[in-house]
Write a protein that binds this ligand. Structure first.
Ligand code: ADP
Ligand code: ZN
Length: 605
């Protein structure tokens, strides 16, 4: 007999992982001891084990409240694969199925039960819990996606507010609330609304070190996207677009390019949406092209990239959307194209919205933070973490660290750009002003006599993209303002005066490729994400994947529920020859070794 703690033993035997991550062990010990906890951990940090293991070790059943009905099935399937007695109760089931699960609960046959909040609060389920409580068979309550209690967030669920009733009714049953939301306001709200004042708070760093951040200046977005995707021929990923139309067009176009892409947005039939989501979860290597309607609660661990073709709404939104990549801890990429239009569109969107002044002020400051992040020449990760009040040094895994952008003295260019705006009465957008600066006598330029202006052809030293970059940075920095009342005409702000008068100099970021003929570095990227595979036995990896796909289809579960990519890679590298060797591979616990061991050994023989 070995001297392992009960949690570590469970981690190894059931889940097949060698050691705990971050604060997992502390949290688990705290729960086993009967304490309440609030766990703030980024996506992919490993929150589930924090309640699953205590539920296995404590007497009775762990009740998990989760708002995401679509996800319960997959979570339960994954537990069943690991040999855990788990089930869920939600509105998608028929009466007979639900009754059978209730019977198993009463008979003490379950370790974990996943319940939708509205179900949990029914008299019927409360009665069942009263019964279990009398028998001392309520192991714990886990409240997943606890930020749903926040009325100010995007995922507010009214039923979550009533979950404080759990504490009043069963004061001795330990509760654990979990969220990946990084902002402090929401955290405080969770504590007060769920009555967790006495709970111990476990805060992890919100850094996602395996995600590489890259922002490219939009030039030819489709070609840029294709270039980016070329490193990911067999990987699953998400491409976010702002509009439904763009989603449909981009998905169709990717399919023409031989990439399996599916559209997802709120304008599609619910049945189509569900089908696309299922295919994304269940098949390997699908690209989901989507609006932000897609993604909440997608806990597919092997999403290798999240690409944004349009600017997200805020840094919070960006962090959340990109956080869907790389949950498995393997290298992943967050990539975004960004351009002048983004800045104009978002500024106008806020100005034109019907929101109150205070709301607009908040939205403007969020947009400013996001734009500053896009334009930064410092480490993107450090800046992102700073936004969430975390200090960090340069990361070495973002575009600005890997390929530091250069600055140039843009004072004169800025003066030319502003004077073009001034001399045309501040009535035009960037496109027309650039034509003037570059000396293009277009019809519009001639019609207004703008070819007579001293600024006409004053900027032939930069090309269109160079000027767009200047205008974009002036807008982002708030020196120019896009006027909502005048169809986005550019006006100078008060902040522009010192630059215009030459009292302050202005440093601008050099557009990457154009100025030093350097391409963004797909080779550096490839080495991070795709190509470790080249070093290992690709035919064996493919054979394992094909075997897994077949099994997943037979069982009607996502492929990662059978085994993770990471586990397949380990298998390929180690080529275990015995069942005992198999058990040493991360991700293979006892149940999986028994179930799949022989087949795996045969494949690797
Ligand atoms: P979260 O809910 O925090 O987003 P999950 O609980 O889904 O994260 O875990 C993310 C991934 O990390 C899962 O694939 C899980 O199996 C894996 N994982 C969690 N804890 C460990 C660990 N201690 N060792 C190895 N892998 C782990
Ligand atoms: Zn960095």
């Amino acid at each position: 007999m070995t001297h392992q703690s009960a949690p570590l033993d469970t981690l190894r035997r059931v889940f097949g992982y060698p050691s705990f991550r971050g604060p997992q062990e502390q949290i688990i010990e705290h729960m086993i001891g009967g304490g309440d906890a609030l766990v703030l951990m980024p996506t992919g940090g490993g929150k589930s084990l924090c309640y699953q293991i205590p539920a296995l070790i404590r007497k009775g059943v762990g009740v998990v409240v989760s708002p995401l009905i679509a996800l319960m099935q997959d979570q339960v399937d994954a537990l069943l694969q690991a040999g855990v007695y788990a089930a869920f109760l939600n509105s998608s089931q028929d009466f007979a199925t639900a009754s059978e699960i209730e019977r198993r609960l009463r008979m003490d046959e379950l370790d974990l039960i996943y319940v939708a909040p509205e179900r949990l609060l029914t008299e019927r389920f409360l009665g069942l819990m009263d019964y279990l409580h009398d028998k001392q068979r309520l192991a714990l309550f886990a409240i997943d996606e606890a930020h749903c209690v926040s009325q100010w967030g995007h995922d507010f669920r009214p039923e979550y507010i009533q979950l404080s009733a759990l504490h009043q009714r069963y004061p001795t049953v330990p509760r654990i609330a979990l969220t990946a939301t990084a902002d402090h306001l929401t955290q405080r709200e969770i504590i007060s609304r769920l009555g967790l004042d006495m709970a111990r708070v476990f805060i992890s760093s919100f850094d996602r070190p395996n995600i590489r951040y890259t922002v490219v200046e939009r030039d030819n977005p489709r070609r840029q996207l294709l270039d980016f995707l070329s490193a990911y021929r067999t990987a699953a990923g998400i491409v976010y677009c702002l509009s439904r139309k763009k989603v449909d067009e981009t998905a169709a176009w990717l399919n023409q390019q031989g990439i399996t892409a599916l559209p997802y947005h709120a304008g599609l039939d619910a049945a189509v949406r569900l089908k696309h989501q299922q295919r994304f979860l269940r098949e390997d290597g699908i690209v989901m092209v989507a609006t932000i309607a897609f993604g909440m609660g997608i806990d597919k661990p092997d999403v290798r990239f999240v690409a944004h073709l349009d600017l997200p709404k805020s840094l919070e939104a960006y962090y959340q959307e990109t956080g869907r990549a790389g949950r498995d801890g393997e290298p992943a990429e967050a990539w975004m194209t960004y351009g002048l239009n983004d800045v104009v569109i978002h500024r106008l969107r806020i100005d034109e919205s019907v929101a109150g002044d205070e709301q607009k002020r908040v939205e403007r400051s969020k947009l400013d933070a996001l734009l500053a992040w896009c334009e930064t020449v410092a480490c993107r990760r450090a800046l992102l973490l700073k936004y969430f009040s975390e200090e960090a040094g340069a990361c070495g895994n973002c575009d600005t660290c890997l390929d530091p952008p250069e600055l140039w003295d843009g004072t004169v260019a800025a003066q030319k750009a502003m004077s073009a705006a001034l001399r045309t009465g501040q009535r035009f957008g960037a496109g027309h002003l650039i034509d003037i600066l570059r000396g293009k006598a277009t019809e519009k330029v001639q019609q207004f006599g703008h070819d007579e202006l001293p600024t006409f052809a004053a900027g032939t030293d930069l090309d269109d993209a160079g000027w767009r970059s200047v205008f974009r940075q002036l807008l982002a920095a708030g020196l120019l303002h896009a006027d909502a009342q005048a169809y986005g005409a550019l006006r100078l702000t008060d902040a522009a005066r010192p630059v215009l008068k030459g009292e302050t100099a202005l440093s601008l970021r050099k557009p990457a490729a154009r100025f030093h003929g350097k391409k963004s570095t797909p080779s550096a990227r490839r080495s991070s994400a795709g190509s470790e595979l080249a070093a290992i036995d690709a035919p064996l990896f493919d054979a394992l994947r094909a075997w897994r796909t077949e099994l997943a289809r037979e069982q009607g579960v996502p492929t990662y529920v059978i085994l993770h990519d990471k586990t397949l890679r380990e298998l390929t590298a180690r080529r275990p020859a015995t069942l005992n060797d198999l058990l040493g591979v991360p991700g293979i616990g006892q149940a999986k070794a028994e179930r799949y061991g022989e087949a795996l050994l045969r494949l690797m023989a």
